[in-house]
Design a protein around this ligand. Structure first.
Ligand code: RIB
Length: 300
């Protein structure tokens, strides 16, 4: 089983020709809302990859909550661990430029009410794969890493968004997944040594005894374990909207590990899924189905 302890948002998305500079106003061409939040996106990605998934999180008692949970419900994600908070449902204000790049501001709202005590709703057990991100209180993230280790579950920590306070516990995750910017910032915070990123990844793996994965967008994925270094390509695509691509990668990666795929195969399937997620607008609406990922891998 995949257990996600993480955020649930409603994404408010405006498309613009180009992203504005600070202090600048640009005209938008369209507006839409879609379910999002890194935790919820990863839960749905793991479910679409074919895994049974339980999500622990929180929404508000407001009109955004039902829409934020709609695709998770339709995707058969177990929502029994999702509580209701007096705070508003988390929201993300997202601008997407014509080149598919984005800027995002997240207002956590109810996500900030997910506390270590909520772990009781996770029913963690040996062999589970636990997916975590940094959009809920970091003390809950660290407590979940500890709980996962205690029961013999495998933990995958997506280190997004960058929060320097998290640097001290990244090494508790069996797999830390960062994008290149995040990894470089954590590398500075942890004083990783090495003249380039792969060398610093190997230093992290040697120091912690764990695996670090760095996603490079269209350039694929790198992974360092204490024993080996892997390079995995992305699919060659022209991105429409990259929102949620990293979450799709993490959800598929967790599902791959859960189904027993070797590391390199789990990374390759996740990288292909992340690429396909860039072909449609929105986070959750763009997460590909397993059959489409397998078809894309077969013709690569
Ligand atoms: O990773 C993409 C997600 O980040 C969006 O869905 C948004 O909700 C923010 O949490």
């Amino acid at each position: 089983m995949i257990i996600v302890v993480g955020s649930i948002n409603l994404d408010l998305i405006a498309n613009v020709d180009r992203l504005p500079e600070p202090g600048e106003t640009v005209r938008g061409s369209s507006f839409t809302t879609a379910p999002g939040g890194k935790g919820a996106n990863q839960a749905l990605a793991a479910a679409r990859a074919g895994a049974p998934v339980r999500l622990v999180g929180a929404v508000g008692k407001d009109s955004f909550a039902a829409e934020a949970l709609a695709l998770l419900r339709a995707g058969n994600v177990d929502l029994s661990g999702v509580g209701e908070s007096f705070a508003s449902t988390g929201t993300a204000l997202i601008l997407v430029g014509a080149d598919g790049e984005n800027v995002i501001a997240v207002v956590p709202g109810a996500n900030d009410s997910v506390v270590p005590g909520d772990l009781a709703k996770a029913f963690l057990k040996r062999g589970d794969v636990v997916l975590l991100q940094h959009e809920i209180p970091l003390q809950t993230v660290e407590a979940t890493l500890d709980a996962a280790r205690a029961v013999g579950a495998v933990s995958v920590l997506n280190t997004a968004p960058f929060r320097v306070e998290a640097a001290g516990f990244l090494g508790k995750a069996d797999y830390a997944v960062a994008n290149e910017t995040e990894f470089d910032l954590y590398g500075e915070a942890l004083s990783l040594s090495g003249r380039d990123r792969p060398a610093r990844m190997l230093d992290f793996a040697a120091r912690t005894g764990r695996t670090v994965v760095v996603t490079l967008g269209g350039d694929g994925v790198l992974a360092a374990t204490p024993e080996q270094f892997l390079t995995v390509p992305a699919l060659r695509i022209i991105p429409v909207d990259t929102v949620g691509a990293g979450d799709t990668f993490c959800g598929y990666f967790g599902a791959g590990l859960s189904s027993g795929l070797p590391l390199e195969q789990a990374l390759a399937r996740a990288a292909a899924a992340g690429s396909l997620a860039c072909l449609k607008p929105g986070a959750q609406p763009a997460i590909p189905l397993a059959k489409d990922v397998d078809a894309a891998l077969a013709v690569r």
